[in-house]
Design a protein around this ligand. Structure first.
Ligand code: FAD
Length: 424
């Protein structure tokens, strides 16, 4: 936007457009697809864009393209509920997600783009002594790794989240909780735009409306991708297509250990500030994580719809579960109207942990299996995946997240650390 631009109205915008004046600068250049690249990244979601950005910034690889079949941010990066945290039990997960959280803390400066990181705290609520034991174990593991975690008793929970005290007693009442104070939210579309803008400024070509449909090989090496715009040569290929990871497997003749599942979320009409953190509550009749957007809407989500599907049309019963649990937690919101509800497709692995590994060929890489928790992973995933692709060696942070674990049985099994605790 030009510094001298006057106040905007629909009329002033139209007049400026007709007069050929530009109010807004495009965030990334309208690059033209070239015949070949050093690296082709498939998918302009958070992981694809972050990988391309780090390839260019950290490894000086400038002939990089991101090929996207729809629009930047059309996938899950623009559909998630924006929660970031590193409150995982297993070292293979909590060190990785902590690396990501530290990157979130400085990402606005790194990208020179405000991604609105809001460390408002993520609070897992326990409804029984057994659940408290599970949360204490997770919190202890985190603290041993230098990650912030506070085990709260009931009064501690009510002090931290007074909106819960105002609600009075519940049928499934709160015994305590595990708080990660530095957890919180980040504006999701700003993340997609910020990475796209920064990558483009470093010379990465971002090509929308270009679907990858196959991989061409010669003498056992991938030579490029077949796309809806023709063949594009590639020295290395990275697939970061989230809910379409299974389709990548089919392109390469592999049956990957992922299933595509639908996850829904919703937002209410805006109200004045009520919920100051991210609250996670799992009564026997449902589950909910709830937060409040900067605009005032109450944002809610729950668990997967429960069967493999590529559809983005969610099932009604899952919304009832989420709303039922939300109202049990916060009866004050019972009369709010739901404004919007949406869904995205997630590539679920059987152990809930992600995969960054080679795929059949030495020069083809998979960045996927992010399940319902991959938004928070984007900064760490982009940096680690780029190092793997550039150097040929997986950094320690992601070495355990290989495909081989599904054959050997060395699973990283904690259902992705949430959003819901495994019942004790
Ligand atoms: C409702 C919902 C709530 C969520 N909430 C959270 C949360 O609070 N916190 C959290 O950490 N995670 C959350 N997640 C999960 C998170 O959004 C995903 O794990 C993560 O965004 C996936 O990575 P991505 O951003 O790279 O994916 P995407 O944005 O989906 O990017 C993949 C891209 O690949 C493109 N593509 C696919 N196939 C092809 C092809 N053949 N050729 C070219 N392009 C292709 C797609 O169009 C898409 O743009 C949520 C997910 C959903 C659906």
């Amino acid at each position: 936007m030009s510094a001298a631009s006057p106040r905007y109205s629909a009329w002033s915008l139209l007049r400026a457009r007709l007069a050929g004046e530009g109010f807004w600068q495009p965030l990334w250049s309208g690059a033209r697809l070239k015949d070949g690249y050093d690296v082709v990244v498939v998918g302009a979601g958070g992981h694809g864009l972050a990988t391309a950005y780090h390839l260019a910034r950290d490894h000086g690889i400038k002939r990089v393209a991101v090929l996207e079949k729809r629009l930047v941010g059309y996938g899950n990066v623009g559909r998630n509920t924006t929660i970031v945290r590193s409150n995982y039990l297993l070292p293979e997960n909590h060190y990785f997600y902590e690396d990501s959280l530290r990157r979130w803390e400085r990402l606005s400066r790194d990208l020179n783009y405000n991604v609105m990181y809001s460390p408002r705290g993520v609070l897992d609520l326990a409804l029984s002594d057994g659940e408290m034991i599970g949360l204490a174990r997770r919190g202890n593991a985190m603290r041993l790794a230098g990650i912030d975690a506070e085990l709260l008793d009931r009064p501690g929970v009510m002090k931290f989240a007074p909106e819960l005290a105002a609600a009075g007693p519940r049928r499934f009442d709160i015994v305590g909780g595990l708080l990660q104070p530095r957890g919180g939210t980040v504006r999701h579309d700003a993340v997609a735009w910020g990475y796209a803008r920064a990558a483009s400024a470093l010379g990465v070509d971002i090509i929308e409306d270009c679907e990858v449909q196959g991989v061409r090989t010669a003498a056992g090496v991938a030579t490029g991708v077949e796309t809806t715009r023709g063949f594009v040569g590639a020295g290395r290929i990275v697939f970061a297509v989230a809910g379409h990871t299974g389709a990548v497997g089919r392109m390469l003749g592999l049956n990957l250990p992922v299933e595509t599942h639908l996850l829904q979320a919703m937002v209410t009409e805006p109200i004045k500030p009520l919920i100051g953190s991210v609250l996670i509550y799992v009564p026997p009749h449902g589950e909910v994580y709830v937060t409040q957007s900067d605009r005032g809407g109450v944002v809610m989500g729950g668990f997967l719809d429960g069967f493999p599907s590529y559809t983005r049309e969610g099932q009604w019963y899952r919304l009832e579960d989420v709303v039922g649990a939300a109202v049990a937690l916060l009866p004050q919101i019972a009369s709010l109207r739901i404004l919007r509800h949406w869904a995205g497709t997630n590539d679920m692995t059987m152990d809930g942990s992600f995969i960054i590994d080679r795929l059949r060929h030495d020069n083809v890489f998979l960045n996927g299996g992010w399940c319902y928790g991959g938004f928070k992973a984007i900064p760490a995933s982009g940096a680690a995946c780029a190092t793997f692709v550039a150097t040929g060696t997986a950094p320690d942070l992601i070495r355990a997240h290989n495909l081989g674990r599904f054959a050997s049985g060395h699973l990283l099994d904690e259902r992705g650390g949430g959003p819901f605790p495994v019942r004790q």
